[in-house]
Design a protein. Structure first.
Length: 229
């Protein structure tokens, strides 16, 4: 009963804020919301995001985020999340490059709300593996902002309770916000089609060079006449 009400509320909020799905894969962890930047941000690769620039804001796809059992997250769960995270970014790179009307998107951002403030550094290190960098908030938190976050935390807690109760912790209502960015340039470099094709070619070369990786029954090329053995 609670789950159906929470799901209906989540659907309404996604519709209201224009949050869309960019792939139909069940392995994708995110949806996106196309927004205009309200501030100036300078990223480490030299990308300068100006007010009004288009940014793809990531939202966790709650229904598809891997669940874990009563014993908490395991190594297998962590591997699955890592693989799904990378897959989600490859799908996003492909989606943006296939849409000419989205050429103006200059960066990907996420206002992560997965951990309390004292563990935000751990979250930053995790997303840093995928190219994201943390950007410090420019303005101090107003009372209005804090109340808005509290409301979001209550909603998040209800979603977690409805869909993955084992993940609900006592500090859920104290979730902080960690703003992270990944430039469009870095997204393409790490997860674009050119990168994917290069990895496939490298894997093919390893199969040819390493006999242990060859399919059973495959033969090595015969040496050329006069070649040294």
């Amino acid at each position: 009963m609670v789950g159906s009400h929470v799901g209906a509320l989540d659907d309404r909020l996604r519709l209201w804020y224009g949050v869309i799905e960019y792939t139909n894969s069940p392995e994708c962890l995110f949806r996106i919301q196309l927004i205009a930047s309200g501030e100036i941000y300078v990223l480490s690769d030299g990308t300068c995001i100006q007010p009004g620039d288009r940014v793809a804001n990531l939202h966790v796809w709650n229904e598809q985020f891997p669940r874990f059992g009563g014993n908490g997250p395991t190594l297998a769960w962590a591997r699955r999340v890592n693989q799904a995270f990378e897959f989600s970014l490859r799908e996003l790179a492909r989606f943006l490059d296939d849409r000419r009307d989205l050429d103006g998107v200059v960066a990907i951002c996420a206002n992560m709300s997965l951990e309390p403030a004292e563990r935000s550094a751990q979250l930053t290190r995790f997303v840093g593996r995928f190219g994201f960098e943390r950007i410090a908030a420019a303005d101090p938190r107003s009372l209005r902002q804090q109340m808005h976050w509290l409301g979001e935390n209550i909603l998040i807690s209800m979603m977690v309770l409805a869909r993955n109760a084992a993940a609900l912790r006592s500090d859920t209502l104290r979730r902080d916000r960690t703003l992270v960015f990944l430039s469009r340039r870095e997204l393409r470099r790490r997860y674009g089609v050119a990168r994917e094709e290069a990895l496939k070619r490298a894997a093919a070369v390893r199969v040819i060079i390493d006999p242990a990786r060859r399919p059973r029954g495959a033969r090595s090329a015969a040496p050329r006449p006069g070649a040294e053995l």
